[in-house]
Design a protein. Sequence first.
Length: 217
Amino acid sequence: MKFFLDTANVDKIREFAEIGLVDGVTTNPTLIAKEGRDFHEVIKEICSIVKGPVSAEVTALDAEGMIKEARELSKLADNVVVKIPMTKEGLKAVNVLSKEGIKTNVTLVFSANQALMAAKAGATYISPFVGRLDDIGQNGMQLIAEIVQIFRNYDIKTEIIVASVRHPMHVIEAAELGADIATIPFAVLDKMFNHPLTDKGIDRFMKDWEEYLKNKK
Ligand code: E4P
């Protein structure tokens, strides 16, 4: 499974890219606003750090406006993927953009029907939001299971990005289900390094090594 970083923070992207953990990046208007920097400048900088797909979201709500923004965004770098909301207008835009060879990521997917329609419209990626479903008492991972099954049934090439990831268990479950990608906030990725037995084990090894060095003299 590929790991994308769900952030527009270039320092964090650099930090995890150095460990080889960043296959791509997803941003959204909220994440861009958090950084307080020029939208296009941030996307260009992220694309210079990460070779994989970098999602940049349109803000127009009509197909014509989305297509215009998408064409501009796609010129920022070769690895830009245009994020389009899951609406009728959005899929109209995806249909046009896919024929122009512009890669799209259909976002705010909350049902298997939405996923199937986005794929049929020509989306390169779809982003089902598991955390936001869990928040309203629905099962986010159940949706991933349904979409994985449906895409397998019809050999659909659209890749599934598990989004709105809130904790390490979401990542494990996404991998168990065979989702293509999880887009992970850096705080969650940080937690995934940790295990108390790893810390305890290092502590023991260090103490034993000190003893060994002392006795050797
Ligand atoms: C996905 O591409 C979105 O940027 C993101 O995962 C949304 O997550 P949230 O529900 O934590 O805002």
